[in-house]
Each structure stands twice: as C-alpha cells, then as structure tokens.
Ligand binder design. Sequence first.
Ligand code: C2E
Ligand code: SIN
Ligand code: SIN
Ligand code: FE
Ligand code: FE
Length: 383
Amino acid sequence: MDSPLRSIDERLLATIPPSALKTLLDASIALGSSLDLGETLERTVEGATELLRLDTGAVYTVDGEVLLLGATVPALPPDFPDELRRASIHDHPTIRRALATGTSVVVEDALKADFTPAERAVVDARDLRSVLYMPLMMRGEPIGVFIVGSSAGHRHHFAEADMDLARAFAALASAAVSNACLMRRARRAVDDLTRAYNSTIEGWSRVLDLRDHETDRHSLRVADLTVALAREMGIGEPAIGDLRRGALLHDIGKIGVPDAILNKPGALTPKERAVMETHPTLAREILSTIDFLEPALDIPYCHHEKWDGSGYPRGLKGQDIPLAARLFAIVDVYDALTSDRPYRAAWSRKAAIEFIRGQSGIHFDPTVVDVFLSVIGSRGSHI
Ligand code: C2E
Ligand code: SIN
Ligand code: SIN
Ligand code: FE
Ligand code: FE
C-alpha cells in the first residue's frame, strides 16, 4: 500500500504548528488502532472536528453514485435507520464537486449558499453555517468525504493553516478507511465462501446417506444433535463449525466399502468386518488433502474409538480420543440403533438410551454420557 504521508506535501507539514501536529498524531494513532470500518469512520469524523475545533461533522463513504453516511459528530443514535444513511450523489452536488476534483470545497455561509433541497435539508437539520467538504482519496479515486462545520450562530473562517491540517488529516484518514473497506470485503468474501462450502458438504452428506439407505437424513440429524451436545458442553463457536462439518462427513470413508458388504442383510464375516473398519482411515486420506476440512477430521477419523481402548482404527483410550469424537460416537450409535439397518430393525428409544447408559465408561466417555442423557431427555421423543 502507498504510504499516505507520501501524498502530503512536505512543505505543508512544515506549516503545521507543533501543537496541531500533536493533535494530528493523536488522531492518526486513534485511526490506526482499528480495522473495523464503522469505528474508523467514527474516529475520522471525531478527529476532523477536534483538529479544526468545530462542533459538527459527518463522514460519508462513496459506492458508485451512492453516498453512505458513516458517522457524525454529535454521534447518530444507535438505532439510526439504514435507509436514512443512503443518499444519491446527484442530490449533493457540493459533495460531488469535492469528490470529482479531489480537492476541498468551502461554503463560508450556508445561509447564502445555492443548495439543492437535499443539501438544504441536511444543513438545516445540522444547523450549519460555515462548512468544509474534504474528499478522502485513495490512488486518485474518491472513497469518501468528511464534512465539518460551525453551527448557525457562528460563521467560521477556514484559515490556510486549518486547511493544511485538514488535508494532512484527510490523507491519513483515507488510508485508514481504505484499509478498513478492504478488510470488510475480505471478511465478506470469506463468509460467502464458507456458506458455499457448507452447502456443498451438506450435499455430499446427502449422497453418502442415500448409499447407506438413509432416506431420512441420518447425517444431518447426527450433525444437529452433535452441535447441541457440544454447545451444552461449553465448546466455543469457532470449533462448532468444524464439528458440524465433521459430523456431516463422518462416514465418508464408506465410499471405499463395496455394496456387497455395506448392504449385506446379515452379520459381517471377520474379513468383511476388516474391510468395513478401514472407513475411518480412508476418511482421513480423503479429507486431509482439503485444507478447509483438516480441522474437521477428528470425527471422521476417530468416531469408532472406544473409551476402554477396544475401538478402531488406532485403539485410542480415554482422553487420548479427541473430545469431538467422544461426543460424536454417542450420538452416532444412538441414532444408528434407533434407525432401521439392512441387518436389523430399529431399536426403541428406551432400549437405545439403556444401551448408551450401560456403555458409559466402556464404549463411551462417562462425563459426555451424562450430558448426552440430559440433552436427549429434554428433547422429547422425536429423536
Ligand atoms: P452404522 O450402522 O452407522 O453403525 C454405527 C455404530 O453404531 C456401529 O459401529 C456400532 O457401534 C453401533 N451399532 C449399530 N448397530 C448396532 C447394533 O445392532 N448393536 C450394537 N450393539 N451396536 C450397533 P460399528 O460396529 O463399528 O459398525 C460400523 C458400520 O459397519 C456400521 O455403521 C454398519 O454400516 C456396518 N455394520 C456393523 N455391523 C454390521 C452387520 O452386522 N451387518 C452389516 N451388513 N453391516 C454392519
Ligand atoms: C452534513 O452532513 O454535515 C452535510 C452534508 C451535505 O451538505 O450534503
Ligand atoms: C465500502 O466498501 O463500504 C465503500 C468504500 C470504498 O468504496 O472503498
Ligand atoms: Fe462410521
Ligand atoms: Fe453414522
């Protein structure tokens, strides 16, 4: 990024008195300490009014022909409606002139100015008399404008020293606002991508369920119940997304298990059982090549480990089993038992709960079993 100071004429800096430089420095430190666009705009308008010792100000960003009111001094009420923030640049020719020329515009006496009705409305509402419009520019493009003014009782003369100060501050504010805009766009792009990934993964889980003869969405159900259990256990939000994706994909490794085994109506032979038990390792091979899914691997890879160490594929024991997998294992077995399988009919809810309770400390982590039983107890009979 260009240094904002490069665009400030050095002679200009030399004309700013030391006391004002101190204020400028303080304002620029405040500006630099946030990457949030809303906060950056607040600090821009606060800094501008303080620097010029005025009591009224506003800052807008521009997006094509739309002006968006970012912040004002005095501050806007927190419930200020969004639709009142938007204005068309065509209704505000004074702002438009500042943006088009990249230079400031001063209106010495708003009472005598030739304003449009929209401009007049703003000036009246804010009770403005002498007004300075200062564009915020980044690489020659307008990104916003700050406006400071004196209130109606007082005409204010913008001295050349004040204008220098305002221009220096505008250069700093431009860089800060531009960075905050870039950051906001980057965050939105990440959010959009995450949403797209999540729907892709849900689609995938649906395909896997269909092959496993799960017409009623086993994967979606266990994902929801796993998330509820995790929240109950106090697991924080960033980990919840990984947990949900892991649960949706827990049996993805079964795509390597032939239909003859997967759909076999009876019990598996030891050989068939051995093939079936490769599914967690296969899941790891598939998912570890996808960066985004790597943190979601604990469930697909470890959901058949058992608390007493008798599970597979690694025979992990107790707390060596990742918490996500200890939690998920209970949900998966509960849901498997209460569903029809090619090799047996569904168990009753009561029988499944008894089974889980009986496996506490054997197959399952006893602490998680207790939380699971309270979650399932509060959910009624639909699951
Ligand atoms: P799944 O059907 O989704 O079952 C997941 C886990 O739920 C099983 O892991 C097991 O811990 C528990 N579970 C499911 N059904 C029963 C049951 O009738 N009794 C008991 N005590 N527990 C049950 P597991 O055993 O490692 O099996 C993994 C996968 O292997 C199963 O996923 C299923 O696809 C397949 N499988 C397991 N047993 C058989 C079988 O007898 N015949 C066939 N065709 N497939 C089987
Ligand atoms: C202001 O918001 O302070 C003035 C804006 C304008 O004149 O359009
Ligand atoms: C925005 O992204 O909110 C507008 C500012 C800009 O166009 O850089
Ligand atoms: Fe499995
Ligand atoms: Fe399952």
